[in-house]
Design a protein around this ligand. Structure first.
Ligand code: ADP
Length: 429
């Protein structure tokens, strides 16, 4: 609802603001609510404009070149023809002296920057309504006043009211400063966390990278031992060598996976527009052998174009589809569907299977590094695939989750913010 002007004339607001961005923003808000706006870049210009054509209300910044908001307000309130025009001061709520200076120069109200649009409009509405009430016959019991849409009568003891007003403002300023401190501390903590995360990632990368080489040497020499000394080794010794090689191979797989995990952060490419259909085709191509061997049926919808790291998106789809292939029900070929739908400002992708499913209580744990629900004998793997998926999705500003029913199948869903203006509308195949 647009606030009515006191006499139902169109509401004309003069804005005195030296920042073109702030001016534009405020102008946009007021014009959207049907008000007419005249801009002025400083107090002097505002005064000249007001003398020519008095507005319904003035909204003024405090700090401005040539003539500041206080001086502008003082001049208006001293002017016989303009004294009744309500003046709102825009303040950043950082100093209690603002309100005292505001009261001294005769300002009618304050608006704290950055302001909330709804709050700003209701404040303007109240000021205009109160202006109308103040023109009414004086009330013997006090001053008529509109607050939260209700007409009230306040006792007319100016000093008490001013005291109350200043103390309220003081509290607000203190809260605001405390909030600002808390925010600064939080930001510093976030920076520290990002720094130590990056250090950890680097450490993980170097450690895994440096471990691969000695491990390869161990495996090679064990195999050499087995070949060269076949005739002198008894069966037990041969078996021990097989166990040792197995262990070393598994360790190598784990380290390679760990390396891949740390690469999500350290070897990332900048995001660019990617056609997900092409990326899916490559992922399916990479999984071709597993698809053929398991006689899997894979269907998909037409996918959109998103801002992504192409290699990482390919890895994400490949990991999820790879799992859907791996965790199928024994004796039943996998059936997998890759879908997509628009969800607000995101694209929501899904990889659905009809496999063994996941108990609900495990649906968060499986995204953690090295967390598996099966032994390596039951299903091969390292327990890093989903942790990589999570890291990739989060790097793209999305989230990932699973819904599943044991014995009926699982649907892994993830979101990627839509690159609007570059999206292909998804349609069923
Ligand atoms: P990995 O596949 O190497 O074990 P992941 O991190 O990819 O590691 O998966 C972690 C665990 O989550 C798997 O061991 C499995 O228990 C479970 N899981 C993942 N995907 C599926 C799926 N599509 N169906 C059933 N269980 C799954």
């Amino acid at each position: 609802m647009n606030p009515p002007s006191p006499d139902n004339a169109p509401i004309e607001i003069l804005i005195a603001e030296d920042s073109p961005t702030q001016l534009l923003q405020l102008r946009h808000v007021l014009e959207t609510h049907g008000m007419s706006v005249t801009p002025a870049l400083n107090g002097k210009e505002a005064l000249a404009l007001m003398e020519k054509r008095p507005p319904t209300m003035l909204i003024t910044d405090i700090q401005m070149p040539e003539m500041d908001g206080y001086e502008l307000c003082r001049r208006i309130k001293a002017h016989p023809l303009m004294a009744n025009i309500p003046v709102i001061l825009l303040t950043s709520l950082s100093d209690v002296r603002d309100i005292v200076s505001g009261l001294e120069c005769g300002a009618d109200n304050f608006i704290v920057k950055p302001y909330d649009e709804e709050f700003l409009m209701s404040r303007i509405h109240h000021i205009l309504e109160n202006q109308r009430l103040s023109r009414e016959e004086p009330n013997a019991n006090g001053i008529p006043f509109m607050f939260a849409g209700v007409r009230r009568v306040l006792p007319s003891h100016p000093s008490r009211m001013i005291g109350l007003l200043v103390s309220t403002y003081e509290t607000a300023v203190q809260k605001n400063l405390a909030l600002r401190d808390a925010n600064a501390a939080l930001e510093e903590k976030a920076r520290e966390l990002a720094r130590s995360n990056a250090d950890l990632e680097r450490f993980g990368y170097i450690a895994s990278h440096d471990l691969i080489e000695p491990l390869r040497t161990i495996t090679n020499f064990l195999q050499l031992l087995e070949r060269r000394y076949q005739s002198v080794l008894d069966n037990d010794a041969k078996e021990y060598i097989v166990f040792a090689v197995d262990g070393a191979t598994r360790m190598r797989r784990l380290i390679t996976a760990l390396l891949e995990y740390s690469r999500v952060g350290t070897r990332a490419h900048p995001l660019s527009l990617c056609d997900c259909n092409k990326i899916l085709a490559t992922a399916l191509q990479n999984l071709q052998v597993a698809i053929e061997e398991s006689a899997a049926q894979v269907t998909h919808e037409v996918l959109p174009t998103v801002m992504a790291d192409e290699i990482q998106l390919e890895q994400l789809l490949q990991n999820l589809i790879g799992n859907a292939l791996k965790f199928h029900k024994p004796g039943e070929p996998p059936r997998i569907h890759i879908g997509v739908k628009r969800n607000g400002s995101d694209w929501q992708f899904s990889v659905q299977d009809h496999g063994i499913g996941i108990p609900e209580k495990e649906s968060e744990r499986i995204f953690e590094i090295f967390q598996r629900l099966h032994t390596v004998k039951e299903y091969a793997g390292t327990g890093i695939g989903l942790a990589i998926c999570k890291k990739i999705v989060e790097r793209h500003g999305g989230r990932i989750w699973v819904t599943s029913q044991p014995g009926a199948g699982s649907t892994f869903s993830f979101t990627i913010p839509a690159a609007d203006g570059h999206v292909a509308q998804p349609q069923p195949c």
